[in-house]
Design a protein around this ligand. Structure first.
Ligand SMILES: *Cc1c(COP(=O)(O)O)cnc(C)c1O
Length: 240
């Protein structure tokens, strides 16, 4: 059973890698210049452990409790771990120092909270600023217009290191619908690079999921977060 499952995951990862390579070729970029993040929400520790042995670069978790449980079970097999979900300030202490990168810092309040916790633990916390590129009420992330001010704030918080930007565009109704959002993110990423210096750099642009990672790569993503295309369909989301 486990061997069967491992094979299935391996085939899925190979398929994703092939599509990534095609997109990279089309974009004129070197193979291997995009990191594959396996979005492992709802996947149990045994499944994550299997995936850790495959050709993925890192894991992304959405929920603090899952991150803690799977970390404790040593499920990530030494691969880097990113936090990619909505982070409440009261759970920041559980994630700082445990996730190599917190991809989803989208407000000044959360940024300051992460910085305070990192300082308390005497460590530097790497993070990405999440941008609400579709301007959706339901999504977290900073408005594009607020990004310069947020980066300015980050300059004054030496316990955090801003490494780039992350976005989740509106759910695409038709294939290709995310692409203009990805293009806008890349323009923001380039503009934000002008504010780089000290503890702020623009190295990572995390965007693209199972349905649209090829489009994201064509528009300049260098981290894609892929769940369903690796692990298969997830059970419906349950209330927290
Ligand atoms: C679940 C999730 C993904 C992966 O979504 P799929 O469509 O399953 O590939 C990527 N990013 C975030 C933030 C997620 O929550």
């Amino acid at each position: 059973m486990t061997e069967e499952k491992r094979k299935l995951l391996e085939e899925n990862v190979a398929r994703v890698r092939l599509s990534m390579a095609e997109a990279l070729r089309a974009a004129g970029c070197a193979e291997g210049s995009v990191l594959l993040c396996a979005a492992s929400k709802t996947q149990d520790a045994a499944t994550v452990r299997l995936a850790a042995g495959l050709d993925i670069d890192l894991f992304g978790e959405n929920r603090v409790q899952e991150l803690c449980e799977k970390s404790a079970a040593a499920a990530y097999g030494g691969k880097p771990l990113h936090f990619i979900g909505h982070l409440q300030t009261n759970k920041v202490k559980l994630v700082v120092g445990k996730a190599q990168l917190i991809e989803s810092v989208g407000s000044e309040k959360l940024l300051r909270c992460v910085a305070a916790q990192a300082e308390k633990c005497s460590l530097f916390q790497d993070l990405l600023i999440e941008v609400n590129i579709g301007g959706e009420e339901s999504k977290s992330g900073t408005a594009p217009a607020q990004l310069p001010a947020l980066l300015e704030t980050a300059h004054g918080l030496p316990s955090v290191r801003v490494r780039g930007l992350m976005a989740i565009p509106p759910a695409a109704a038709v294939p290709g619908a995310s692409r203009p959002y990805f293009a806008r993110m890349y323009a923001l990423f380039e503009a934000a690079a002008r504010q780089a210096g000290g503890n702020v750099s623009m190295e990572y642009l995390s965007m693209g999921m199972s349905g649209d990672f090829a489009d994201a790569i064509l528009e300049g993503a260098n981290i894609v977060r892929v769940g369903t295309a690796i692990f298969g369909p997830r059970p419906p989301v349950t209330a927290k």
